[in-house]
Each structure stands twice: as C-alpha cells, then as structure tokens.
Design a protein around this ligand. Structure first.
Ligand code: NAP
Length: 279
C-alpha cells in the first residue's frame, strides 16, 4: 500500500457494488504530463475514484496513472460516460468498447449516459444494460436526468440506474428536490458534479462565515455538505494543495442545524448545463 493519507467513506449502490463517496473530477485535465502528476498525487493522498468521460479526452491518462500507481486495480473506481454523438444502440455499444479500451483496466466500474438525448436515450440504455451482462461495466447509470427522464427510464428498462450524476450544491439543492426524491425512492445515488460551483460561490459571505466557524475552507464545507447528505462528490482540481484540501473532509461533520441552514441557500443556480428543459 502507498502513502494513503485520507480514507474515504463508501456508499453501497443498488446492485451491491460500492462507490467511494469522494472522487476526483477531471474535466479539462487533458495535458498528459500535468494530469499524470495530478492523478499520481491524488492517488498518494487517498483518492480512488476518478470521474472521466469520452468527452474529456483523458480516459487513457487516468488508466495510465492507475497502472503506474502499482496499486491493485480493484481498489479503484472509474466512472466514464457516453457522449451525445455516440447515442443510439449500435453507436453506444461501440463507444462502451472504445472507452474500456482507452482506460485499459479491464472493465469500467460505472458507465453513464452523459445527457438525456430525447431521441436516443432509451436505445442507448439497452446497450448499457448489455454491457453489464458482458462484464465490461460493473454498474450503469445516467447523468443530467431530471425526474421526467428517470420516470420514462423506469417504465422502459430492465436495470434501473445505480447513479444519477447531476449538478448539485447548496445553491440548487431545493430546486432539484423532485429529482432527488425520486432518486431516493428508487435507490439511485446522486453524484454531485460542480460541487464547488466552479468557484462561483466560494466567496459567498454566508459560506465564508460558516467555514470560519468550523475552521475549514469554503470548498471543504460545500463538499462536506454533500457527504452529509449521502451524495457522491466529485470536485475537480489540478492543483496539489487543493486536491489535498478537497479530500480533507472526513474529520468533521456539519450539525443538523447548519445542514438545514445551508440547504436554504438555494438560488436555482446552474453553473453548467441545465437539463430541466429537455423533454
Ligand atoms: N456529468 C456532467 O454533465 C458533468 C458536468 C460538469 C462536470 N462534471 C464532472 O464533475 C467534476 C466537477 O465539476 P467542475 O470541474 O465543473 O467544477 P467544480 O469541481 O465545482 O470546480 C472546479 C473549479 O474549482 C477550482 N477548485 C478546486 N478545488 C478548489 C478549492 N479547494 N478552492 C478553490 N477552488 C477550487 C478548480 O481549480 P483548480 O483545478 O485550479 O484547483 C476548478 O477551477 C468535473 O471535473 C467532471 O468530472 C460532470
């Protein structure tokens, strides 16, 4: 075992597999040399869950970093995603094989439909279901699915998603309540992307005040808020100090009262895509 400094809680998925509750977001980390260094540092600090996508063009770099680590592959959890151009049954099947080849670790822990493309999402899902039987993916899920998309899928699938990855932070939490309630009812784990609001809310005075009370940084409060709600959190950083800061959230908890206060900060904020208008 390497110099693993932080041990991360895990969540059980609805199919029996477990997912580390904190992962490294990797969007825009495409420079191979910089990314390899950042991923090696993250692994040393205890990250075992990496969030990628074919869109991010770094699946191969993540696979390489994991092979370089010398740590057993089974200790890692890799999420990848089907991009819109690859939706539809045949294209999705090819894309899953391609992602698995790119990552080069034998299987993909979790494979998501990146976006609910109206015309193709149901036939794409059939390809994802087959990837489970073929053993290419251990778990499958969706991303950017709102309650209406989840309901449609529920009525038309054999396997229900293990995870729904959506933009989720205190500034849109209440606005996502119908989706989150359905996830909870059906045993789907919400994974929070843009948990740091891409930095937009890190200087919010309410957040700064609470962070000072806990002796933590604003980013750590946002990440801990998601952990305390039972979400998966995938903050992205390419910077060693911030990679370490973001994993240093397992030595404290927010009080019930502070959690409720933070919940009330909702502003229906989207810092990325807003899928709520997709039919
Ligand atoms: N499924 C989807 O449709 C979807 C959409 C968007 C994102 N995602 C996934 O979710 C991940 C996270 O989302 P995101 O990257 O968009 O946004 P984010 O994690 O909310 O924010 C990342 C930004 O915050 C900075 N940062 C990181 N840690 C910080 C800290 N402790 N203090 C201050 N600033 C900090 C990063 O800069 P440095 O790198 O310089 O630290 C970067 O600019 C993505 O990387 C991707 O894996 C998925």
């Amino acid at each position: 075992m390497q110099n693993q400094e932080h041990s991360i809680a895990s969540i059980k998925l609805n199919n029996g597999f477990t997912i580390p509750q904190l992962g490294l977001g990797t969007y825009r980390m495409t420079d191979r040399s910089l990314a390899l260094k950042a991923f090696a540092f993250a692994i040393e600090k205890g990250y075992r869950h990496f969030d990628t996508a074919s869109l991010y063009e770094n699946e191969a770099i993540i696979g390489e970093a994991i092979r370089n680590s010398g740590i057993n592959r089974a200790e890692f959890f890799i999420t990848s995603k089907l991009w819109n151009d690859d939706q539809g049954y045949d294209r999705a099947k090819r894309a899953i094989y391609r992602s698995n080849e790119e990552i080069g670790l034998g299987y993909i822990d979790l494979y998501l439909i990146h976006w609910p493309v109206s015309k193709y999402r149901l036939e794409s899902w059939r390809a994802l279901e087959e990837s489970l039987k073929e053993g290419i993916c251990h778990s499958i899920g969706v991303s950017n699915y709102m309650a209406n998309h989840l309901r449609e899928l529920y009525e038309n699938c054999t396997v229900f998603p293990a995870v729904n990855q959506i933009e989720l932070h205190p500034f849109n939490y209440l606005s996502r309540s119908d989706t989150l309630e359905l996830c909870s009812e059906k045993g789907v784990i919400p994974a929070a992307y843009c948990p740091l609001t891409r930095g937009q809310k890190l200087n919010d005075p309410k957040l700064l005040h609470l962070a000072a009370q806990y002796g933590k940084t604003p980013a750590q409060i946002l990440i801990r808020w998601g952990i305390d709600h039972g979400f998966c959190e995938i903050p992205k950083s390419a910077n060693p100090a911030r990679i370490e800061e973001n994993i240093s959230v397992f030595d404290f908890e927010l009080s019930e009262e502070d959690l409720a206060t933070i919940d009330s900060w909702d502003k229906n904020l989207s810092v990325s895509w807003d899928p709520s208008k997709v039919d």
